[in-house]
Design a protein around this ligand. Structure first.
Ligand SMILES: [Zn+2]
Length: 267
């Protein structure tokens, strides 16, 4: 089955970007869509859709991962990557054996519609998590993060000031074992940003070990902490391979985490 493609245009309505996934979900036994997380902005209702992929069982409890894109409305690369990634999984579910993936490709629907980083009415959603912010998008996503107690979180972003791919990591120690193979997988498609300082943070081979307060992350009380990864690709006009590099990195994290868990079980 061919990978679904969507046009990478700013101001693309969520419905058009997500149409290939909706078509797949309508016929799939592994991918379903939920639109229960809704809020109202200027009299119109918006949803933060959830696409839930359930892979074949692995013999132990499923690993539940949260995938987030479109937190910044002017970063369609991550949305596009999510559409391609879930399309590939639905066509070849074996890739996702042992996983339940909860994917939120449009976390900021008003920003996506307006082509703006911030949500309509202002504010950077990615500085509001676990701060007591009352924005409905943040409240809805915080509810999902609490309810589902993910084993891992991966957020997809675009950095239009970077000419290379890089990442932020947090959460569990094992995140450090996951990130290098993921960056190596992306690097087969586009350059890695190996600067010593990226976005104002000290970076080591494209990995930043700290992040801004309020970034989408696990609940403060989460225990054990999930692994937390933010993947940053250059703008599609600089590196058209960005969405594919994000997909390659996502596939790598799934493979590597499965491998690490199997290794841990055998210790
Ligand atoms: Zn971003």
């Amino acid at each position: 089955m061919e990978t679904p493609r969507t046009a990478l245009t700013p101001r693309a309505p969520a419905s058009r970007l997500l149409a290939p996934l909706d078509a797949i979900a309508a016929q799939s036994t592994t991918l379903r869509v939920e639109r229960g997380a809704v809020f109202v902005s200027e009299g119109r209702e918006y949803a933060i859709p959830l696409y839930e992929f359930t892979g074949p069982a692995s013999g132990s409890d499923a690993t539940v991962i949260g995938l987030f894109a479109g937190v910044h409305g002017d970063e369609p690369e991550g949305v596009e990557a999510m559409v391609r990634f879930l399309g590939q999984l639905a066509a070849a579910p074996e890739m996702g054996r042992g996983y339940v993936l909860c994917a939120y490709p449009v976390c900021n629907p008003t920003g996506l519609e307006d082509g703006t980083r911030h949500c309509r009415g202002g504010g950077d959603l990615n500085r509001m998590f676990w701060t007591g912010a009352t924005r409905p998008e943040v409240r809805l996503l915080e509810g999902e993060l609490r309810r589902r107690a993910f084993h891992g979180l991966i957020a997809l972003h675009t950095d239009d000031t970077s000419h290379g791919f890089y990442s932020y990591v947090g959460g569990r120690m094992l995140t450090h074992y996951l990130i290098e193979p993921a960056l190596a997988a992306a690097e087969r498609l586009l350059p890695r940003n190996r600067a010593g300082v990226i976005d104002g943070f000290v970076a080591d081979n494209g990995v930043i070990g700290q992040w801004f307060p309020g970034v989408l992350s696990a609940p403060p009380e989460a225990h054990p902490k999930p692994f937390e990864i933010v993947l940053e690709t250059p703008h599609a006009q600089v590196e058209p391979a960005g969405p594919d590099a994000l997909v390659a990195a996502l596939c790598s994290v799934l493979d590597e985490y499965r491998r690490l868990m199997a290794y841990a079980v055998n210790l």
